[in-house]
Design a protein around this ligand. Structure first.
Ligand SMILES: [Zn+2]
Length: 257
């Protein structure tokens, strides 16, 4: 039993335990190229949040990882078979109930651990922050914590080299053989600006992709997946630990620059 995983711990242990930080992993259920399971984002969320929590726990952080929410925002994949969509307003309702529970029971900090690019938590957390001033609410996205250039992986953001490597490491039994992997080719918008960071419209997945993947997975290996888990465990684990130890009332550096 890992004492920092709520689904594994028990009432006996919790009768003597109080936590500084609750971590809420949030994934999605959706197609990932031909070869990765629909639960890919949840498998990643489970594994990466638990690895980072172990790092923080071993260094004295008192934190608990809540069960992963398995459905995410998939508004751009409404015609992809059995991609499950939760609307952002539904996510807000779920988060509100979770924040209410934590706030009522005196857990002072919540970290939403995002594992799916379609989930956009910032506006939701801004609204919740006003509702729960006694709860410090933060979020993190593991896929942005990764230095892709340093890793030397091919560009992509969905069922790409990174995700395929992670699944080859975490759940090789659920990855189809290499000959079935799609190329992860995608189509850019005709309007160049929409491909840049200062303009945006939602990608219609069935038109923008060929096999639902975005990014060539062909160089993926289990060893790369293991390396990614190790890098993220340390980087995100230190962040978890810093949050555990932080005083929400004394959150800024002394010097203003
Ligand atoms: Zn994914």
């Amino acid at each position: 039993m890992r004492p920092y995983i709520l689904a594994e711990t028990n009432w006996k242990a919790l009768s003597e335990q109080r936590f500084e930080l609750a971590v809420l992993p949030w994934g999605a259920t959706e197609a990932h190229n031909y070869h990765l399971p629909y639960g890919t984002d949840n498998i990643e969320a489970d594994a990466l949040a638990a690895a980072a929590a172990a790092y923080a726990w071993e260094r004295g952080g008192r934190l608990v990882v809540l069960p992963t929410i398995p459905f995410g925002v998939n508004t751009g994949q409404s015609d992809i078979y059995l991609d499950m969509n939760l609307n952002p307003s539904t996510q807000l309702a779920i988060l509100d109930d979770i924040a209410a529970t934590l706030s009522r029971q005196g857990v002072p900090k919540l970290l939403v651990f995002n594992s799916h690019g379609g989930n956009n938590f910032k506006p939701l957390l801004r609204e919740l922050g006003l509702r729960y001033p006694d709860l410090l609410i933060c979020m993190t996205e593991w896929f942005r914590a990764l230095d892709r250039e340093a890793l030397g992986v091919a560009p992509g953001d969905h069922a790409d080299e990174v995700e395929t490597s992670l699944l080859l490491h975490l759940r090789p039994d659920l990855v189809l053989p290499r000959e079935s992997w799609g190329k992860g080719a995608s189509r850019r918008f005709k309007i160049d600006a929409l491909g840049e960071s200062w303009a945006w419209t939602e990608r219609r997945w069935s038109e923008a992709t060929v096999d639902t993947g975005v990014g060539d997975p062909s160089a993926a290996t289990a060893a790369k997946g293991q390396e990614i888990v190790g890098l993220l465990q340390e980087k995100m684990g230190q962040f978890f630990l810093d949050l555990c130890k932080a005083d929400p009332g004394d959150f800024y550096q002394q010097e203003a620059t």
